[in-house]
Design a protein around this ligand. Sequence first.
Ligand code: G3P
Length: 219
Amino acid sequence: MKFFLDTANLEEIRQAASLGVLDGVTTNPSLVAKEGAEFEKRIYDICEIVQGPVSAEVVSTDTEGMIAEAHKLKNIHRWVVVKLPTIPDGLKAAKRLLAEGTKVNMTLCFSASQALLVGKLGATYVSPFVGRLDDISHVGMDLIRDIVTIYRNYSFTTQVLAASLRHPLHVVDAAKAGAHVATMPYKVIEQLIKHPLTDKGLAQFLKDWEKAQQSLVRA
Ligand code: G3P
């Protein structure tokens, strides 16, 4: 499973990269707006740190506008993946962009039927939003399971990028479901590592070791 960080914050990306588990980054207009940075410069800086796929989203809602934006985004850095909304114009733009060799990530996917179309198209990634479905009392992870099943049935090459993951169990469940990629906030990566028994056990090991060293010195 690949790990992407869902952020536009450079420090978080540096921290995750230093752990050695970071494969890429996803951004969206809300995440970039939160940073208050110049968009193209921020995407370039992210690409330079991660040296892996970095999703940058268009804000046009018509096919021609999306394609024009996609061409600009692609020119920022070789690692840019163009993120498009899963709407009819997004599908049309994706078809043309894929044909010219541009990698696309179809975002805001909330149903298996949407994902089926994305898979047929051969998009690079589909991004089903787990947490936002949970927010409205739907089991978001069921969508990941359904999409993985459908894509396996037809050997679709589109990678399932589980998005809107809010806590460590979301990541574990997405891994069990066979999602190719999990994108998560930095806080969730920290939560994945943390275990109170690890901290307690380590403290005890170090205490016992210190005691033994002191006994040796005394002897
Ligand atoms: O980037 C898309 C997605 O991961 C957003 O997550 O938490 O805003 O629903 P969230």
